[in-house]
Design a protein around this ligand. Structure first.
Ligand SMILES: [Mg+2]
Ligand SMILES: [Zn+2]
Length: 198
């Protein structure tokens, strides 16, 4: 078993890597936030794992099938790939407690802020180091995910981030760091990691 020594960043999708656009029914409407590709590439180059963890309740709500969630995630991976950026793994929660499609309607352990997706990542990637772990997201639930899995939290001001900070969306939270966007979030994380290893 490899040593758990690799730093890891758990990344939200909508509003963090791609422009928030509600439930995305048309694949082409998934568009990267400026700088997202470069930010992920910098994590890759620094040997920091970049793992997507995303709530995708569109299937549970009956808006589209689970195959569409997979297609959206694949488009994201392809857009990042074009910028030389790579995700180490992709995890999503298709569930919702009050969904309309029976198959996905349940109280699960993987809908953020529950830590199920992150725990799965740790069990499937034993090299990931919990003591060097971060969550980047635009919602209070992303910040709470970090708390629930012992990671440091970065709230980005893209997507719903500004509304979360002003108390207009979800609820107020205090992240470990507040970043204007993914670029600044990665700047801060790489700085923290260099302090840890100094
Ligand atoms: Mg989001
Ligand atoms: Zn779930």
């Amino acid at each position: 078993m490899p040593d758990a020594s690799q730093p890891v960043v758990f990344l939200d999708r909508d509003g963090t890597l791609n422009v928030e656009a509600g439930y995305i029914r048309i694949l082409e409407n998934l568009v990267l936030i400026e700088g997202a590709g470069e930010a992920i590439r910098r994590l890759n180059d620094a040997g920091v794992a970049a793992v997507l963890v995303t709530n995708q309740s569109g299937a549970a709500r009956g808006y589209y099938g689970e195959d569409h969630i997979l297609a959206l995630n694949k488009r994201l991976v392809n857009l990042l790939d074009r910028e030389g950026a790579h995700l180490d793994d992709v995890y999503y929660c298709p569930h919702l407690p009050d969904g309309v499609v029976e198959q996905y309607t349940c109280v699960c352990q993987c809908r953020k802020p529950a830590p199920g997706l992150v725990e799965r990542a740790y069990s499937e990637h034993p090299q990931f180091d919990r003591n060097q772990s971060f969550v980047i997201g635009d919602k209070a639930t992303d910040v709470e995910l970090a708390t629930n899995c012992g990671a440091k939290s970065v709230l980005v001001e893209t997507g719903y981030g500004k509304q979360v900070l002003s108390g207009e969306y979800q609820w107020k939270v205090v992240p470990d760091y507040q970043a204007s966007c993914i670029t600044e979030a990665v700047d801060w994380i790489l700085e923290q990691l260099s302090i840890l290893s100094a």
